[in-house]
Ligand binder design. Sequence first.
Ligand code: 4NP
Length: 160
Amino acid sequence: MSETPAVLFVCLGNICRSPLAEAAFRAAAERAGLAVHVESAGLGHWHLGYPPDPRAEAVARRHGIEMGDKRARLVTPEDFDRFDFVIGLDRDNLAGLRRIAPAGSRAEVSLLLDHVPGRKGQSVTDPYYEEDSAFDDAWQDACEGAEALVERLKAKAAKR
Ligand code: 4NP
């Protein structure tokens, strides 16, 4: 792994869950004093170039975090060599990532909640067609995953 771990979060639209995970992870890493490179991307093309969903921006803002100038983009085959971790938000995302990951690429591909003890294999539920409270749930899951990943990366950095 490179000195500064590079993490890419991936969901379907790149306007709800993966931008939340990106924001939660950036904040958790900053609190931990851990230097990271973090981005997010999507597997679907519907919202390319769009900012995060206003409901996602609102929940992050309620927790004191601004998403900045994030715009939706597609995950690419090159991402699997640019990033140390490519992390799907749900099981469909993970399956999609495994389909497009070039053979022999360096990224570790996983599911966000795989990193949380006791939550292996769980998906972060897609909030897009749900009511606002679903965005609170997605935020909580994003934070749990982000904290767990930061713990893992901190432990790894301490061993270097
Ligand atoms: P996301 O949510 O994958 O968490 O960004 C979605 C956004 C848009 C759609 C589905 C999920 N859509 O079907 O347009």
